[in-house]
Ligand binder design. Structure first.
Ligand code: DGJ
Length: 705
């Protein structure tokens, strides 16, 4: 057997760097001009084929054309006219970098290409990392001002993490996520125009409107097959990804933190490190791309992937701001009866917070609501056998709060501008070390004082009138604020090993690989309507695994849409993620409470399949969609199928389950019916959905041979 090719290699003579993953090869060649140029990202190529790839630096065909060799990080020099991933100015006003290659390092699956500017004191390392058994390539850039103390500053207008290039394809299609509050993660698949297409957030959070994930294909890929290239940025503040399909048929995209128009000053000796921008290639279609992301997030992103996500109860939809000890205790007792494992006290428990107009920033229990503090409630929740969780929104402040009265200068603001209030609140500037220290101290104390096992970390507004009065480099707040959020979460987790954190920003406004590296799950959307949720969850699942997708069963009619749906349907939709309960249980009938308890019990039986299994999205006929979860060994399966609206006509054919093994046999464990894998994969399973709208079913299959 030939020796296994090493996952990362660099050949000094040819300047060829190669990253190998189980199903892909990524190749770069350092050109004669010192710039690392992209050669290949896609199907596995052997060494001979790689050697035959064209030289990396090819001169432009005419004086009006761009240099055709795509950069790994495009600077603002040379015949480069696409979006530049590195934009900077030296003290004398000169823009851009011209590199010479100074060396490389290969260690533990990591490749670093070291570059230095030919004339100016600037160094960059282009970093790549591959991990065993994964097709994901992680990339980032480290930029350093290498000048002496008296050399002037370097102004960085843009530092992207990576530029990605796909091979020439007959056509290009862009899959991406768009939305808004209550309608996050809507999947769009659009033909890519011959143009620059910008996906971005300018709001200081990942955003509801766009997510820093995309997938590229030639327009023919399906869930089951076809080449797909996909990338995801690990950043929770503003970001920008520019996809460039040029007139001669190439497509590249460059992306990183920050939106256009903000800059960062590097003083001599200082460095700026970009966040990680990860990419993967698969020949297996959109489903395989998602499963590869799910595995990556489980194995390399989440801090505690193996812990089961608890069935939680959250008070928000039940009580809003109207929380007090007797009311929450009653809800906790009902939640425990249903089988909840975690009780989360949401907004309204602190300061003078009886509405969204006051109290944010004052993180002490509201005396009228909790005269003896939160301990009695926390103790009762623990006595009931549940963990205790607290809602917090540490980055925000109401003007009507003791914190704001004491520290009006702590908010992000431009002194000569009117500060826009959103939800009657302003945003604290966590880039300030004193504010970061206050926030860490306050949260640390909260967790200690109240025995909190869980924090739901919310953020209900975005950045406006960004300013930092008196600071010489105010734009850095866009990046430093997010880094401080990360640091605080990391410290809290380190100091309280049992603590779990749920990411939230007015629903799903902050879900990305950066925040998930220090949280356990993300609140997907404030929209808990099960019909709307099917679409939201479909989009969310493109990148994120089910264990990170918080999904609650709430009241009917739904608070957001007014739609009335059966309890069972609501459960079957929420069971596709990390199940939670969020309704006003005091209004549920005894029958509903009993049915809910039974469904929670069923969820616990399939929880490890949902939260740790492999996910396959299915599109049935007759308005049916479904998600199939399979255990790693292929022995256990759970299929959740939904048909929100019925249609008159012939009974739809069965739901094909292509992820099953056609040579195996399966038992429907609830019905006791034996099935042949060959039939289930092709003709499908008869769902026998009940008549009418909002029909749903959970099918559990076990492989028998
Ligand atoms: C927005 C969140 O998404 C909700 O779940 C809830 O926590 C409210 N904020 C509280 O203000």
């Amino acid at each position: 057997m030939p020796p296994l090719a090493s996952p990362v290699s660099f050949d000094r003579t040819s300047g060829l760097a190669v990253l190998r993953t189980p199903n892909s090869v990524y190749a770069v060649r350092v050109g004669a001009d010192g710039s690392p140029r992209h050669l290949h990202w896609g199907a596995v190529l052997d060494t001979d084929a790689l050697g035959g790839l064209p030289a990396a630096t090819s001169p432009a065909a005419s004086s009006f054309e761009a240099d055709p060799a795509p950069d790994e990080l495009a600077s603002q020099t040379g015949a480069r006219f696409g979006p530049a991933g590195l934009q900077l100015r030296f003290a004398d006003g000169t823009r851009g970098a011209q590199w010479h290659f100074t060396g490389h390092t290969v260690r533990d699956g990591e490749l670093r290409l070291r570059l230095a500017d030919r004339r100016y004191p600037l160094a960059a390392e282009l970093c790549y990392r591959v991990r065993p058994d994964s097709d994901v390539i992680e990339r980032w850039v480290e930029l350093t001002h290498t000048g002496a103390d008296d050399s002037g500053p370097i102004t960085v207008d843009r530092l992207d993490s990576a530029s990605w290039t796909v091979p020439p394809l007959p056509d290009y299609r862009l899959s991406h996520l768009v939305g808004g509050w209550n309608s996050e993660f809507q999947l769009r698949r659009d033909r890519l125009p011959v143009a620059e297409t910008v996906l971005t957030s300018r709001c200081g959070l990942t955003s509801h409107q766009a997510n820093p994930w995309l997938a590229l294909d030639d327009g023919t890929a399906t869930e089951e097959g076809g080449e797909v290239w996909s990338t995801a940025l690990a950043w929770s503040g503003s970001w920008r990804i520019a996809v460039h399909r040029d007139p001669v048929g190439r497509t590249t995209w460059t992306g990183g933190f920050g939106h256009e128009g903000i800059s960062w000053t590097l003083q001599p000796g200082q460095s700026l490190h970009s966040p990680v921008f990860s990419g993967l290639y698969t020949p297996g279609g959109f489903g395989a791309a998602s499963r590869a992301w799910h595995t990556h997030i489980r194995t390399s992103v989440l801090p505690a992937p193996d812990r089961d996500r608890p069935v939680l109860y959250n008070s928000w939809e039940a009580t809003g701001f109207d929380v007090d000890q007797p009311g929450q205790t009653h809800l906790a007792q009902l939640a425990a009866r249903l089988g909840a494992e975690l009780f989360v006290l949401d907004d309204g428990w602190f300061g003078s917070r009886t509405s969204d107009r006051a109290g944010l920033g004052d993180w002490t229990p509201r005396p009228k609501a909790f005269p003896d503090g939160l301990r009695p409630l926390a103790d009762e929740v623990h006595r009931l056998g549940m963990a205790f969780g607290l809602w917090v929104e540490p980055e925000m402040v109401n003007r009507d709060s003791d914190l704001y009265r004491a520290h009006p200068d702590w908010v992000i603001h431009a002194p000569t501008r009117d500060a826009t209030e959103l939800r009657n609140q302003l945003m604290l500037n966590f880039a300030r070390p004193d504010v970061e220290a206050w926030a860490h101290r306050t949260l640390d104390q909260l967790v200690r004082d109240h025995g909190a096992d869980w924090l739901k970390w919310d953020a209900n507004r975005v950045v406006t009138e960004a300013g930092w009065a008196g600071h010489p480099d105010p734009d850095r707040l866009w990046i430093d604020h997010t880094r401080a959020v990360y640091r605080i979460m990391d410290r809290l987790r380190a100091d309280h090993p049992g603590l779990r954190i749920e990411a939230c920003a007015g629903g799903g406004g902050r879900a990305d690989l950066g925040i998930l590296a220090r949280t356990d799950q993300a609140w997907t959307s404030d929209n808990t309507d099960p019909v709307d949720r099917i679409g939201i969850q479909h989009g969310f699942s493109q990148l994120f695994p089910a264990q990170t997708m918080a999904a609650w069963v709430t009241d009917s009619p739904n608070i957001a849409t007014g739609r009335t749906t059966p309890l069972r349907f609501r459960f079957h939709v929420a069971m596709a993620g990390a199940l939670g309960l969020g309704g006003d249980l005091t209004t549920w009938s005894e029958e509903d409470l009993d049915e809910a308890a039974a469904l929670v019990a069923v969820y616990k039986e399939i929880r490890s399949l949902i939260q740790h299994g492999r996910q396959h999205r299915l599109n049935g006929l007759g308005g049916v969609t479904a998600v199939h979860y399979a255990s790693e060994d292929g022995a256990e399966h759970a299929i959740l199928a939904w048909r929100p609206a019925t249609r008159f006509g012939h009974a739809p054919p069965g739901l094909a389950l292509p992820a099953l093994d056609p040579t195996a046999r399966y038992l429907d464990v609830d019905e006791g019916i034996a099935h042949s894998g060959a039939v289930l994969t092709r003709q499908g399973i008869d769902l026998r959905l009940p008549a009418g709208d909002y029909a749903s079913r959970l099918i559990r299959l076990r492989r028998t041979i």
